[in-house]
Design a protein around this ligand. Structure first.
Ligand SMILES: Cc1cc2nc3c(=O)[nH]c(=O)nc-3n(C[C@H](O)[C@H](O)[C@H](O)COP(=O)(O)O)c2cc1C
Ligand code: SF4
Length: 440
């Protein structure tokens, strides 16, 4: 097949010392910034709007439109906050990007802050990734020394301060309003909206919050033009994105391609599912996005395509699970994560995720019944859409989708009196279930 990859954000990752300022500049780095500061900030914002860039943090909200929600300039300062918390199971694109090429993000931060007329920007990084934090701090410090950050940037009269802030490692702090509370020094819990961050965000001032990959996409848009960006992707999902393939795949890793590529195409590039096995289920964008099966290999990986099959594109964290995986066990592990990470603010999520784990444990051990499956769905129904933030919706997604695609496998657990799955010989499950009249 023709190589459908479009390396832009990942283009310099294999270069010697790609994270250093000289290597980045050698590759054309900070060229876009030099151009941007000669333009009116409104024109830079318009370029981002025209490109069709949609937020890469999961929801896919148009970035330029979000920037346009800021109220007119007044006495209050404006802030740019970069969401670099990346904690969703399976999601691993922002951390590699910041590790391999922190200046791509830093340049994006400066141009984006200039476009929205912010004089202070924060990069909120997940606390556990100390190596990434150090690399970012070094990149910011080198950018200050080179005159790209600080007073009168490149003689333009524009001033900007950039702070790299380490979180304490809580999944909920990736939710944008919880992140703001955490950045202000409070316990990270989601805020009631409205007011939205664009109006009253950090320190109750107008704030733009964007994902690392969204902001890192801005320099290439400014350097190459919005038409170049929107020539990639599909009608409503424009541009290039990073797909992270993990799990039972021959060559896991980051594959940058246009929106709308299919999993089948990506798997061809990644050497396919590991030898001797076949794909059983996969997530399009991390554990919070409903799982799909091999029937969905040819569905375009864009926002519309994934919605059309009852899932979501999310963060393009493509986790592959082959025929040796017990779906009930995998779902239990994810649910334990959500139970642990529930911030406790609202009852359906705090109590509900605890009950979900109890039920799934029982089912996985083979002590469940058909009634438990109904209770599981009933619980999910009382959590999704009835909780304070989207963590709860994500928590029920693996359960509801696995029951849709693999109900027989749940049933096989209590018919067998335990997990009927022998990972060493995937055939056992097939043999057992065939006699029980159940197929996977
Ligand atoms: C529980 C939870 C965790 C989240 N974690 C992240 C995260 O780690 N990084 C991120 O960019 N967005 C995360 N989000 C989405 C953010 O709330 C927000 O939509 C995003 O940062 C906006 O950026 P974008 O418009 O550039 O996509 C999370 C949302 C929820 C509900
Ligand atoms: S849904 Fe869960 S994570 Fe979100 S506010 Fe409620 S308890 Fe906290």
């Amino acid at each position: 097949m023709t190589d459908p990859l479009t390396p832009v954000l990942t283009a310099n990752w294999a270069q010697e010392g790609s994270w250093t300022l000289p290597a980045y500049v050698d590759q054309g780095g900070y060229r876009a910034l030099k151009h941007a500061v000669t333009l009116d900030p409104n024109d830079v914002m318009q370029m981002v709007k025209d490109s069709g860039l949609r937020g890469r943090g999961g929801a896919g909200f148009p970035t330029g439109m979000k920037w346009g929600f800021l109220p007119p300039l007044a006495d209050k300062p404006r802030y740019l906050v970069v969401n670099a918390d990346e904690s969703e199971p399976g999601t691993c694109k922002d951390i590699p990007l910041m590790l391999a090429s922190p200046h791509t993000l830093v340049e994006g931060v400066i141009i984006s802050a200039y476009a929205i007329r912010a004089r202070q920007a924060f990069i909120y990084v997940r606390g556990e990734v100390l190596h990434v934090i150090r690399r970012l701090q070094q990149a910011v410090s080198d950018a200050y020394a080179a005159g790209y950050i600080g007073k009168d940037i490149l003689g333009s009269g524009y001033d900007l301060e950039v702070v790299v802030h380490a979180g304490a490692g809580a999944y909920i702090c990736g939710e944008e309003t919880a992140l703001l509370d955490s950045l202000e020094g409070r316990r990270g819990q989601p805020r009631l909206r409205p007011p939205f961050p664009a109006v009253a965000g950090l320190y109750a001032s107008p704030t733009v919050i964007n994902n690392v990959e969204s902001i890192a996409s801005v320099p290439a848009i400014v350097a190459n033009g919005p038409e170049w960006f929107s020539s990639m992707g599909t009608e409503k999902s424009k541009g290039h994105v990073i797909y992270s393939l993990s799990g039972h795949v021959e060559r896991p890793g980051q594959y940058e391609g246009p929106l709308g590529i299919t999993l089948r195409e990506l798997l061809e590039l990644a050497g396919g599912i590991r030898a001797g096995h076949e794909l059983k289920f996969w997530t399009p964008g991390g554990s919070s996005t409903p799982m799909l099966t091999k029937e969905h290999l040819d569905v375009p990986l864009d926002y519309e395509g994934m919605m059309g099959v009852g899932s979501m594109l999310g963060t393009r964290a493509l986790q592959m699970f082959d025929d040796t995986t017990c779906v009930v066990r995998a779902v239990l592990r994810w649910t334990e994560f959500y139970k642990h990470e529930s911030c406790g603010k609202c009852t359906p999520c705090r109590e509900g995720t605890w009950w979900l784990v109890q039920l799934l444990e029982r089912l996985e051990h083979g002590d469940g019944s058909v009634d438990d499956l109904d209770t599981l769905l009933d619980l999910c129904d009382n959590i999704a859409g009835r909780s304070f933030c989207a963590l709860a919706d994500g928590a029920v997604a693996p359960i509801m989708s696995s029951l849709k695609h693999f109900r027989d496998e749940y049933v096989a657990h209590f018919e067998h009196g335990g997990c009927p799955f022998d990972p060493a010989a995937a055939t056992l499950f097939e043999a057992e279930t065939a006699t029980a009249g159940v197929g996977v």
